[in-house]
Design a protein around this ligand. Structure first.
Ligand SMILES: *[C@@H]1O[C@H](CO)[C@@H](O)[C@H](O)[C@H]1NC(C)=O
Ligand SMILES: *[C@@H]1O[C@H](CO)[C@@H](O)[C@H](O)[C@H]1NC(C)=O
Ligand SMILES: CC(=O)N[C@H]1CO[C@H](CO)[C@@H](O)[C@@H]1O
Length: 395
């Protein structure tokens, strides 16, 4: 099947049906080398973050579990991801012609870490975890796990020679590899439960100091290529609208909680400044800042143009319009609510929805976001102007 960037694949289906177009696309791929695959050529990927890029750590740790219909769209069973299918990181790795990242904590299924490892865990924060945190795997702890991974892997390679070469990255991959980071959403969204708006804003610099210290630790371990996602429009998540948006004056024109989006914008502004500062301070690094906020805001504001039908309403939830979300019962759960047994099931067609479970995006939305990232326009520094619009087509 053809995967076409920039559009949902079904929107382009009638065009691809035409044989001459298929031939054109073949010529296009084989005779024009894509600048993207050159920019994104790394021998290994180290990923850190929260549920936006967790491929199974929180679940492997035994802290939570997810039931069907999680995973139904792509993996056909819950894959450890908080989604019906693939995440942004899965699509980006696919575009780099890399395999899905194995979660660090997954000991089963013969994980192969040669091309990288994923330390991201759902619910994680930049700030240290406390006893009420969903995830104990804060940014600093994930970095410590990475450091342990690296020293243990190098030790095994030195001791046992060829035996582990197929499974573990050689020493130069740690400097040539790409360190992808997507974290901060839980720091900001979580802060609103115990702080006033002004206090949330005031807490941002210290969150980012912790983030900066983490980047420096990765640099000291040899990391040179950094890929940093900013945080999305948190005020557009049903979880936050249900809790903080019951008063309509708190909502913006798209039905999103204004305060959350303002806090996310301020966090991103400071994160962007930090990325530039870090790049200037360490000129031997390559820091790419990726504006996820703008991509997701554009998707939510202009959803119908991109082939979606519901910008805010949740696919896997209960309660019906406008949110189809109830914080007491999450996707895939069965509970007795107000005297009746309720099961949260998925909508009929998750590709019509941007939001999967009230907190996380659907696979269709994740694919849209990845395609937008791969245009290069939302990155700083941006990619080449000659970015081809059609890349990595698979038949
Ligand atoms: C929606 O699309 C219009 C037209 O392309 C654009 O000007 C606007 O910025 C988009 N909205 C958002 C929030 O990105
Ligand atoms: C889902 O599909 C079933 C069977 O086709 C139909 O009865 C139901 O109304 C649909 N639900 C929604 C929300 O569209
Ligand atoms: C992989 C990559 O893009 N590496 C570049 C990082 O930046 C240096 C300059 O500081 C370039 O020479 C590398 O090609």
């Amino acid at each position: 099947m053809a995967r076409l960037f920039l559009f949902k694949s079904n929107a382009m289906a009638p065009i691809v049906k035409n044989l001459s177009n298929v031939l054109f696309i073949f010529i296009f791929i084989f005779f024009l080398p894509s600048s993207l695959s050159i920019i994104l050529k790394y021998p290994a990927i180290i990923n850190l973050g929260d549920s936006n890029s967790d491929t199974g750590n929180l679940i492997s740790a035994g802290i939570e579990n997810v039931n069907p219909p999680y995973g139904q769209t792509y993996f056909k069973l819950p894959s450890g991801r908080y989604c019906d299918g693939r995440l942004i990181v899965d699509f980006l790795l696919d575009a780099m012609e890399m395999p899905f990242l194995n979660p660090y904590l997954d000991s089963l299924g013969l994980p192969n870490f040669k091309k990288g490892c994923n330390f991201a865990a759902a619910g994680s924060t930049i700030l240290p975890a406390n006893p009420t945190s969903v995830s104990p795997f804060s940014f600093n702890l994930q970095i410590s796990q990475f450091i342990r991974f690296k020293s243990r892997a190098l030790e095994l390679l030195a001791k046992t020679g060829k035996k582990y070469e197929k499974y573990l990255p050689p020493v130069d991959y740690y400097s040539k590899g790409l360190y992808m980071i997507d974290i901060g959403q839980n720091d900001i969204a979580g802060a609103f439960y115990s702080k006033t708006f002004d206090q949330v804003l005031a807490s941002i610099p210290s969150i980012l100091e912790t983030f900066e210290a983490g980047l420096k630790r990765l640099y000291e371990e040899g990391g040179r290529n950094f890929w940093i996602h900013n945080t999305g429009p948190l005020g557009c998540l049903a979880q936050n609208i249900a809790k903080f948006g019951t008063d309509p004056t708190k909502l913006d024109e798209f039905g999103c909680v204004s305060a959350h989006n303002q806090a996310a914008r301020l966090f991103n502004l400071q994160l962007h400044a930090l990325s530039n500062k870090f790049q200037a301070q360490f000129p031997d690094t390559n820091v790419t800042y990726v504006d996820i906020f703008s991509i997701k805001s554009n998707l939510i504001a202009n959803y119908s143009r991109f082939g979606f039908e519901n910008p805010i309403m949740v696919c896997c939830g209960v309660g019906g319009a406008p949110l189809n979300y109830d914080s007491r019962i999450l996707c895939g759960q069965t509970k007795v609510l107000d005297g009746t047994s309720v099961t949260t099931r998925a909508c009929n067609d998750s590709s019509e929805y941007i939001n999967w479970d009230g907190i996380h995006y659907t696979e269709a939305a994740n694919q849209f976001v990845s395609n937008q990232i791969l245009t290069g326009k939302y990155c700083d520094p941006p990619f080449s102007d000659q970015m081809p619009y059609l890349l990595n087509l698979k038949f």
